[in-house]
Design a protein around this ligand. Structure first.
Ligand code: PMP
Length: 347
């Protein structure tokens, strides 16, 4: 790379794909992750943060001297902190209590003002989303990013992440797998890939307690909060960014399986994944085994199928949960209880 950037925001995006060699070997498919942890804020959410802010500046909604406010499980806050600092804005972040301390500390280290609120159901006006919204409604100094409904979020992935994946796989991607928090990543990428080749299959993955699967299966959005220890994902209501998604299959996977796969790729591929990335990779493994011939694209029948998913962030932000046996025991998960071969048989 021969590039000089003027600020960190300019380094967002353009991330590589890396093969998950161990799982590729176990399944006979080529499984790749897009290394979104290489963004300057360490997560896929940097892309949405940058697009939302630059679009708001361009439209005149966000003016010099205003402060950005956002409700987030953490990663969008870190992405916004970098973008805000790079472009000269202040930032206030509203976060529910109970996310990993690592993310709270990062937001504060970036100099953003952190408001911690109780983790309450969405229907409660004290929910982090409503807290950020009412701050903006009550004070014109704030511009509310609103990552759930602001379509600049999915646009970042439709215009950039999706095309990057398509080019990086030489247009031969068969299956794309993604979690959803706001649905921006899944929405933008699945929409772009289908626009290029409707044969590409898309798989949405749900942690325990989230409602996507019910929505797709029954047209009803049934969600229960608190079912999984994964953070920042699991859609509890239908939001605009998620509505962009073009989904062929949805799978629901338990936290126990995520732990098995996370530890396997940690030992074999040097990938210490965050919890949502671990769910993505588990779902890619599941898809390779379950829907092996999914990508039966005439053009490369007989070739290995290419499955791509997102490494949203790294495990440094999940050490106190995903890689902490004592914490897992409180969730009735015994790390030694299941190995990858058993999981392969189960799938
Ligand atoms: N992974 C992590 C770690 C996240 O923080 C988020 C968003 N909160 C996602 C995945 C989901 O991304 P999106 O909002 O684009 O659905």
């Amino acid at each position: 790379m021969n590039k000089t950037a003027n600020n960190l925001a300019e380094l967002i995006g353009d991330t590589p794909l890396v093969k998950v060699a161990s799982l590729s070997q176990l399944t006979g498919c080529d499984i790749y992750v897009k290394c979104e942890f290489l963004n300057p804020g360490g997560s896929v959410k940097d892309r949405a943060a940058l697009q939302m802010v630059t679009d708001a500046i361009a439209s005149g909604e966000l003016k010099p001297g205003m402060s950005i406010v956002e409700g987030t499980a953490g990663n969008t806050g870190i992405g916004l902190a970098i973008v805000a600092k790079s472009l000269g804005y202040d930032l206030e972040v509203v976060m529910p209590k109970g996310q990993t301390k690592e993310k709270e500390q990062m937001i504060e280290l970036h100099g953003a003002k952190l408001h911690l609120v109780d983790a309450v159901p969405f229907s409660n006006p004290a929910h982090f989303y409503h807290t950020a919204r009412t701050m903006a409604e009550n004070n014109p100094k704030y511009w509310w990013a609103n990552q759930f409904e602001n379509l600049s979020n999915a646009k970042a992935h439709f215009e950039q992440t999706g095309p990057e994946i398509y080019q990086q796989t030489d247009k031969e991607i068969d299956v794309f797998v993604s979690v959803a928090g706001t649905g921006g990543t899944l929405g933008g990428i699945s929409d772009y890939l289908k626009s290029q080749n409707p044969e590409i299959k898309t798989v949405a993955v749900d942690p325990d307690g989230s409602g996507i699967l019910n929505y797709l299966a029954q047209g009803k959005h049934i969600a229960t909060e608190g079912g999984s220890f994964t953070e920042g994902i699991g859609i509890m209501r239908l939001v605009e960014n998620f509505k962009q998604a073009k989904i062929d299959y949805a799978v629901n996977l338990p936290d126990k399986d995520i732990v098995t796969v996370a530890n396997y790729v940690r030992k074999h591929d040097a990938l210490v994944l965050g919890s949502s990335s671990a769910l993505n990779v588990t779902a890619a493994f599941f898809s390779a085994l379950k829907f092996g011939p999914l990508g039966s694209n005439e053009k490369h029948s007989g070739q290995k199928h290419t499955i791509v998913t997102i490494a949203c962030d790294l495990g440094e932000r999940s050490i106190s949960k995903l890689y902490n046996d004592e914490f897992l025991a409180t969730k009735n998960i015994n790390v030694a209880e299941q190995n990858i071969e058993q999981l392969k048989q189960k799938y």
